[in-house]
Design a protein around this ligand. Structure first.
Ligand code: PLP
Length: 457
C-alpha cells in the first residue's frame, strides 16, 4: 500500500499522461496495473480484471506469451539494432515485410508488394500523407493534394495524423487540421439515420457524402480517402454492409487513392488477417500497428499495393522520409513470432467462425437490460449504447456522464470497458474462449446493474 501511494505520488508529480485530465487523475490516484496473463490484468490492490479492451486494442494474442519474450531476447543478443537507411537492411525486417505481403490477399488482381515500417500507427499515417502526395507528384498531377477523412475518425496524434483524425477536441488544440485535410460525416446509423430509413439505405447515403465532397472540391484536387473499416476510438461505429461497396465504387470512379487504416481492425480483430477482406474493399495503402506485435513492442507501418509501389520505385528516386526505428529488428522479430501464434492458433478464423459469432450472440442479450438501447458487434469489437429510454433511444443528458459512471463500475466489477460518450465499447484479446466471454458478459451485466441503480437515485 505504501508502494502504491509512492508510485501514485511520483505519477502525479512527473508523468504527463496521454489523453488524461490530470486534475481528475489526481483526485482518484492513478490505477496501477502490475502484471497480466492471458486475458487478465491485475492492479496493485490484487484485483484481477478481464481486459476486454486488449490494452489499447492491441494485445491480440493475450498477455504472458513466452515466445514473444524469447524472440525479443534472441534478437537483442544477436543484433539489437541496425538501421535500414543508406542501403543496409536486417533479416527480421525483410522477413516480416515479405510475410505481411504474403498474408495480404491481392485486390483487383494487384498484390501488396512492399511495406514501409514505422514504430506507430500515427507515424504510419503521417507516412501515408507524404506517400500519396508524392505518388501524385510522380504521376504528373501535383494538384492532387487533398485527403478526405471522416468525423470522429482516429488516425493518430502526430500533427498530420491528428489532422486526419476527425475529433473536434483534438483539432481545437494546436491549430488543426493542417491544410489539405478535410472531413465528411461518419457512417453512424444510430446518430444520423432519417426516420424510417433502413441501415442499407443509410449506408449508401452515408457513402455518397464522399462523392458530394469530391465533387465540391473538384476530383482533380483530391489525392486520397482514408477510413477505418470500423471506427474504433470514435465508439466502435460499425457501418451498414452497403457502405464500403459504395465507397469503393466512388474512389474508383474518381480515381482517388484509398487508405484503409487497419491499426485496430487487422490481424484477426474482424475475423480476417486484414479488414479489407471482411468488407471486400480494394485499398491502395493499408495502415497497420498494434496487433502486428500484439503490443509487446512498438511497431507500425504501411502496406503498399504494387500500383503505388511501382511508381514510387521506378519513377521515384529517393523518398525523403524515414524513422530511426523503421524496420527495427527486435520489433520485427517479435512481430514474426506474433504472426506465428496467430497462425498456429488460427485466431482470425476462430474469431470469424466461432468466438466472434458467440460474442455477438451473448452481447446482443444485453439489450434486455433497461440501460441498453443497442448492442452490436463485428468480429471482436463491440459496442453498447446506453440510453434513457429504450423505445425511443433517447440519450442521457451529456452532463450526467453515464458512460463514465459505467466505466468505473466496470472496473470495480472486474472488466475493462471503454466509454465514448454513452457508448460502452470492447475489443477483447482474440484468445478469449467462450467461457471467458461468459465471464466478461457477467461482469458487464453487474456493472450495468450498478450504473442503473446509481442513475435512478
Ligand atoms: N489509427 C487507428 C485506427 C488507431 O486506432 C490508432 C490508435 O489508436 C492510430 C491510428 C494511432 O496509432 P498509434 O497510437 O500507434 O500512433
Amino acid at each position: 500500500d505504501t508502494q502504491l501511494r509512492e508510485v501514485q505520488a511520483l505519477d502525479a508529480a512527473h508523468f504527463l499522461h496521454p489523453f488524461t485530465d490530470h486534475q481528475a487523475l489526481a483526485r482518484r490516484g492513478a490505477r496501477l496495473i502490475t502484471h497480466a496473463h492471458g486475458v487478465h490484468i491485475w492492479d496493485a490492490r490484487g484485483q484481477r480484471i478481464i481486459d476486454a479492451m486488449s490494452g489499447l486494442w492491441c494485445v491480440n494474442v493475450g498477455y504472458g506469451r513466452q515466445a514473444l519474450a524469447d524472440a525479443a531476447y534472441r534478437q537483442m543478443m544477436t543484433l539489437p539494432y541496425y538501421n535500414a537507411f543508406f542501403q543496409t537492411t536486417t533479416e527480421p525486417a525483410v522477413r516480416l515485410a515479405a510475410r505481411l505481403c504474403e498474408l495480404a490477399p491481392p485486390v483487383g488482381g494487384r498484390a501488396f508488394t512492399h511495406v514501409f515500417f514505422t514504430s506507430s500507427g500515427s507515424e504510419a499515417n503521417d507516412t501515408n500523407v507524404r506517400l500519396v502526395r508524392r505518388y501524385w507528384d510522380l504521376m504528373g498531377q501535383p494538384q492532387r493534394k487533398i485527403i478526405i477523412s471522416r468525423r470522429n475518425a482516429y488516425h493518430g496524434s502526430t500533427v498530420a495524423a491528428a489532422s486526419l483524425s476527425g475529433m473536434a477536441a483534438m483539432h481545437a488544440q494546436g491549430d488543426l487540421p493542417i491544410p489539405g485535410i478535410v472531413h465528411i460525416e461518419q457512417p453512424h446509423y444510430w446518430a444520423l439515420r432519417h426516420e424510417g430509413e433502413t441501415p442499407a439505405d443509410f449506408g449508401r447515403r452515408a457513402a455518397r457524402w464522399l462523392e458530394d465532397k469530391i465533387l465540391e472540391l473538384g476530383p482533380e484536387r483530391v489525392a486520397a480517402f482514408i477510413g477505418e473499416p470500423v471506427q474504433g476510438a470514435g465508439g466502435v461505429i460499425i457501418p451498414p454492409e452497403t457502405y464500403w461497396p459504395e465507397i469503393q465504387r466512388i474512389v474508383e470512379r474518381y480515381g482517388i487513392l484509398f487508405i484503409s487504416d487497419e491499426v485496430i481492425c487487422a490481424f484477426g480483430r474482424l475475423g480476417h488477417w486484414f479488414a479489407y477482406e471482411r468488407f471486400g474493399t480494394q485499398p491502395d495503402l493499408v495502415t497497420f500497428a498494434k496487433g502486428v506485435t500484439s503490443g509487446y513492442v512498438p511497431l507500425g507501418g504501411v502496406l503498399v499495393n504494387e500500383r503505388i509501389a511501382r511508381v514510387l520505385i521506378e519513377r521515384g528516386g529517393e523518398f525523403n522520409h524515414g524513422y530511426t526505428y523503421s524496420g527495427h529488428p527486435v520489433a520485427c522479430a517479435v512481430a514474426l513470432a506474433n504472426l506465428d501464434i496467430l497462425e498456429a492458433e488460427a485466431l482470425p478464423q476462430r474469431v470469424r467462425d466461432d468466438t466472434g459469432p458467440y460474442l455477438a450472440r451473448r452481447f446482443a442479450e444485453l439489450t434486455d437490460h433497461p440501460l441498453v438501447g443497442v448492442a452490436e458487434s463485428c468480429g471482436f469489437v463491440a459496442g453498447l449504447m446506453l440510453v434513457r429510454d429504450k423505445a425511443t433511444l433517447q440519450p442521457w443528458p451529456e452532463a450526467w456522464e453515464v458512460g463514465m459512471i459505467c466505466r468505473a463500475h466496470c472496473f470495480d466489477s472486474g472488466v475493462v470497458m471503454r466509454a465514448v460518450g454513452d457508448r460502452m465499447i470492447i475489443a477483447p484479446p482474440l484468445v478469449m474462449t467462450r467461457a471467458d466471454i461468459d465471464a466478461m458478459i457477467a461482469c458487464i451485466r453487474t456493472a450495468l446493474d450498478k450504473t442503473w441503480a446509481e442513475v435512478q437515485q
